[in-house]
Design a protein around this ligand. Structure first.
Ligand SMILES: Cc1ncc(COP(=O)(O)O)c(C=O)c1O
Length: 480
C-alpha cells in the first residue's frame, strides 16, 4: 500500500492523515486489516511508536477498531456519497454592490512608493513618539479599569461628552451627547449616510475635486454622483442641480484637495439651498483643527439653523489613522435611523479604545498632542513653502492655505503630458510627486501637485525641494 506522508508536522500526525486519506477515498475498504505496526514501521522507516500513536489516534476518532495484538481493522463508516453534479456548476454572482466596490477599490491615489528618497505623499499624520508612549499607557489603563461589555451603539457616554466639549471649544459646534454617534472614522460615517439616506440611483452632489474615500463609498452604494465645481470661495452653489440631490458632500474648512476655505457667503448660500429643499449636507471636517494662522474657523454646522448638516469629525489626522475613530453630529430627525444602522453594521465601536480616548481627552493629553502637531506641521509647512519658492520660483503657484497636512502647487506653463514627464523624471531620481488631476472629475486647466509634508522632517523637505528644482530644470515647461 502506498502511503503519502506530506512532511508537515510530527510523523505520527502525517501517518494519521495518510491513513485517513486512504480510508476516506476507499483505498482501504471497511473491514480491511491494517498492517502490523512493526511491519509498517519498517516499511515507512519510522519508529514503531510513531505507528502505534497513529493507530491510537485513528481508533480514538473511530476510523479503525480492534486492539493492538489482535489486529486493527477499518471501521464500517457511512461515507457521504460523492456530490452529484449540479444542474449548473456556476456559483451565484456577487451583489451589484460587490461588483462596484471591486472596481472602485483600486482607483485612487497610489500608495507610498518603496525605495524613494523623499515621498511627498499625503495621508498619515505627523508621528510623535510621545503620543505612542502616552497612547500605550492609556490603552493599558483602559483595559485594566473599564468594563469589557459592548459600549452600546451610540458609543461610550464619557467619550461623547468629551467630544461635545471639544467641539464647542474648538469648532463652534454645540452638540448634545445624545446626538453624537461614535463611528470608526469618516469612512464609516459615509457608509452610514449611504445606508440611511440613499436608495440606488439617488443623486449626491459632491465637490470637484474630491476625496476618493467618501466618493467611492457613495458610488459603491449605487448613488449617482453629480460633481459640482469649486472656486476660490468653495463649492459653486449656483451650479447645484435644479432637482435637489438627496445629499451634498463638502469639506468647507479645508477643501480637499485644493486647500481652500469656503467663504461665509457661500456657506450661507449652501445652507439656504438645503433648507429650502429636501436635501442633507454632509460636512467632512477631517482636519479643521489643523490651522497655523490663529484660531481654527468655525465649522459649517455651527451656522446651521435648519438642522440639515450632518457633521463628521475624525481622529485620523489629529491622532493617527490606525485608531479608526470618528464621530457624527446628527440632525435630530436622523438620530434614530443612524443609530439603528450603526447597530446593524457593527453593534458598536471598540470599547477599550473609546475609554482610552475619553481619558486621554479628559486629562489634556489630546490637546497637548494637538499643540505639538500644529507646531511641528507649521514648521514643516514653512520649510516646504520657503524652499519650494526658492528652488521653483515662478514655475509654480502655491495655493495659500495655512492649514492641513499638504500644499497644493500649480505648475505654471506645463500641460498635463509635460507634468507627467516631470513626475516620472522625479520618480527616477527618488522624489515622489503626486499629481492633483486624479482627484478631479473634470481635469483642471493646468496640472498641479499635492505635496504632503507629514512623512518628512523640515530638513528632508528642504532637500526634497532642492531636488524638485533640479527636476524642473531638467523637464521644463512647454517643450516636448
Ligand atoms: C477629505 C478627507 N476626509 C476624511 C479623511 C479621513 O478618513 P478616515 O476618518 O476614514 O480615516 C481623509 C483622509 O485622508 C480625507 O482626506
Amino acid at each position: 500500500m502506498f502511503l503519502d506522508m506530506d512532511g508537515i508536522g510530527p510523523q505520527y500526525a502525517q501517518l494519521t492523515r495518510a491513513l485517513k486519506g486512504a480510508i476516506l477515498d476507499g483505498r482501504m475498504a471497511a473491514g480491511t486489516r491494517l498492517p502490523a505496526t512493526r511491519e509498517l514501521a519498517q516499511q515507512l522507516e519510522v519508529s514503531r511508536t510513531t505507528v502505534l500513536a497513529a493507530y491510537e489516534q485513528l481508533r480514538a476518532e473511530g476510523f479503525i477498531n480492534g486492539r493492538v495484538g489482535s489486529g486493527s481493522f477499518v471501521s464500517h463508516l457511512q461515507l457521504a456519497p460523492s456530490p452529484q453534479p449540479a444542474v449548473s456548476t456556476t456559483a451565484p454572482p456577487a451583489s451589484r454592490y460587490a461588483e462596484r466596490a471591486r472596481k472602485l477599490r483600486n482607483r485612487g491615489i497610489g500608495g507610498m512608493h518603496a525605495g524613494l528618497r523623499y515621498d511627498l505623499l499625503y495621508g498619515d499624520p505627523v508621528t510623535n513618539p510621545a503620543l505612542n508612549a502616552a497612547w500605550g499607557r492609556e490603552l493599558a489603563r483602559a483595559a485594566a479599569y473599564s468594563s469589557l461589555k459592548v459600549t452600546g451603539s451610540w458609543g461610550l457616554l464619557a467619550l461623547r461628552q468629551q467630544i461635545c466639549d471639544y467641539l464647542a471649544r474648538r469648532r463652534g459646534v454645540h452638540a448634545l451627547p445624545e446626538n453624537l454617534l461614535i463611528v470608526t472614522g469618516t469612512q464609516q460615517a459615509y457608509a452610514l449616510c449611504a445606508r440611511v439616506l440613499l436608495d440606488e440611483g439617488d443623486v449626491v452632489a459632491l465637490e470637484d475635486p474630491h476625496y476618493f474615500g467618501s466618493c467611492h463609498v457613495l458610488a459603491a452604494h449605487g448613488a449617482r454622483l453629480h460633481p459640482v465645481r469649486t472656486d476660490d470661495d468653495g463649492l459653486v452653489c449656483a451650479e447645484l442641480p435644479d432637482a435637489p440631490p438627496k445629499l451634498i458632500s463638502v469639506t468647507p474648512s479645508h477643501q480637499f484637495p485644493t486647500g481652500r476655505v469656503m467663504s461665509l457667503p457661500r456657506r450661507l448660500e449652501l445652507l439656504r439651498y438645503a433648507a429650502d429643499r429636501p436635501c442633507w449636507i454632509v460636512e467632512d471636517d477631517y482636519d479643521g483643527e489643523l490651522r497655523y494662522d490663529g484660531h481654527p474657523l468655525a465649522a459649517l454646522r455651527s451656522l446651521d439653523e435648519s438642522d440639515r448638516v450632518i457633521y463628521v469629525g475624525t481622529f485620523s489626522k489629529t491622532l493617527f489613522g490606525a485608531l479608526r475613530m470618528g464621530y457624527m453630529v446628527l440632525p435630530a430627525a436622523l438620530r434614530d435611523d443612524f443609530n439603528a444602522a450603526k447597530y446593524l453594521s457593527d453593534m458598536s465601536s471598540p470599547g477599550i479604545e473609546q475609554a482610552a480616548l475619553a481619558h486621554f481627552m479628559e486629562c489634556g493629553g489630546f490637546e497637548r498632542h494637538l499643540r505639538h502637531a500644529r507646531r511641528e506641521l507649521k514648521a514643516r509647512r514653512e520649510a516646504l513653502i520657503a524652499s519650494l519658492q526658492h528652488h521653483a520660483g515662478e514655475r509654480v503657484q502655491v495655493v495659500h492655505s495655512p492649514a492641513g497636512m499638504h500644499v497644493t502647487a500649480w505648475l505654471n506653463g506645463y500641460d498635463h503630458a509635460r507634468a507627467e514627464a516631470l513626475v516620472a523624471y522625479a520618480h527616477d531620481r527618488g522624489l515622489g510627486l503626486h499629481p492633483i488631476a486624479p482627484h478631479y472629475f473634470t481635469p483642471p486647466a493646468r496640472p498641479g501637485l499635492l505635496l504632503g509634508y507629514c512623512n518628512l522632517s523640515a530638513a528632508e523637505l528642504r532637500e526634497a525641494m532642492r531636488l524638485f528644482g533640479e527636476c524642473l530644470d531638467a523637464v521644463p515647461a512647454g517643450t516636448g
